[in-house]
Design a protein around this ligand. Sequence first.
Ligand code: SAM
Length: 264
Amino acid sequence: MTEINVDKQFHPLLQPVARRTIEQLTDLNRKVYARPGVSAIDERGEFTQHWTSHLRELCELVHGDARGEVRSILEIGAFEGRSTVFLATFFPNAHIDTIDTFAGSDEHVAMQRAEPLETMFDRNTAAFAGRITKHRGYSYDHLPRLHAAGRRFDVAFIDGSHFADDIYVDTFYCWAMLKPGGVLIWDDYLWGEYANRLANPPAAIERFLEVHAGDYEPLFAEWLVAIRKNETEKARAFWQPRQSRRSRMIRFVLEKLGLGSWQH
Ligand SMILES: C[S@@+](CC[C@H](N)C(=O)[O-])C[C@H]1O[C@@H](n2cnc3c(N)ncnc32)[C@H](O)[C@@H]1O
């Protein structure tokens, strides 16, 4: 993997957390692999791809010793189940709803497969079948149903389509279903294979981060970006006209005189 240049590759809202993340990775890697079952995941499963976007280190950083408190996880993009198995191993009390077409993403079209993706997913995740609900199909078909059913999640992990339109939709629903204090994770922030720069993940992720600045705490930024949802949302607050000192003084005096509200 090529070296990351924080100033060039990260939105200013993410640069401080990106610098911190890069410093923390080695120590987090050591800690997460010391957790029960984590180092055995790749030996036990059959995975043709070993995407390394540091989901394991991120979960260690954010939930670490409190991982037993995570009860509900929404995953978009299951593929062969490698991240699903990790989530089920690391979060022993969590139920995982995972959505995938099992048809592969745009970038997987040329991938040769000996077996259907879903068959591999089922086999790899069989040991956790009681804690995993699989939703076969497009995220934009399943997410509105989960939302309408009143589902809420402690963690939402977006790793399905990398096309910006799809990520906007996935983000909208995941954010709406995320509990206050919950953690939203996007994979592939640094992915850029679509020729149109604005079709790539940052276009969707950064737009969300800008609109919702003040609604979250940035937790992690590398290939993965993670934020924690604040208890209250500011993004929908109405614009307030700035008042001069003189206007504020006149308003104060009128209110004291019992002359009600007055707009300058
Ligand atoms: C990068 S892979 C997921 C990798 C997996 N999270 C892991 O780490 O092992 C992306 C997956 O998203 C699925 N996918 C792509 N677009 C989708 C969409 N709009 N709705 C649901 N699944 C989608 C693909 O079928 C593919 O399996």
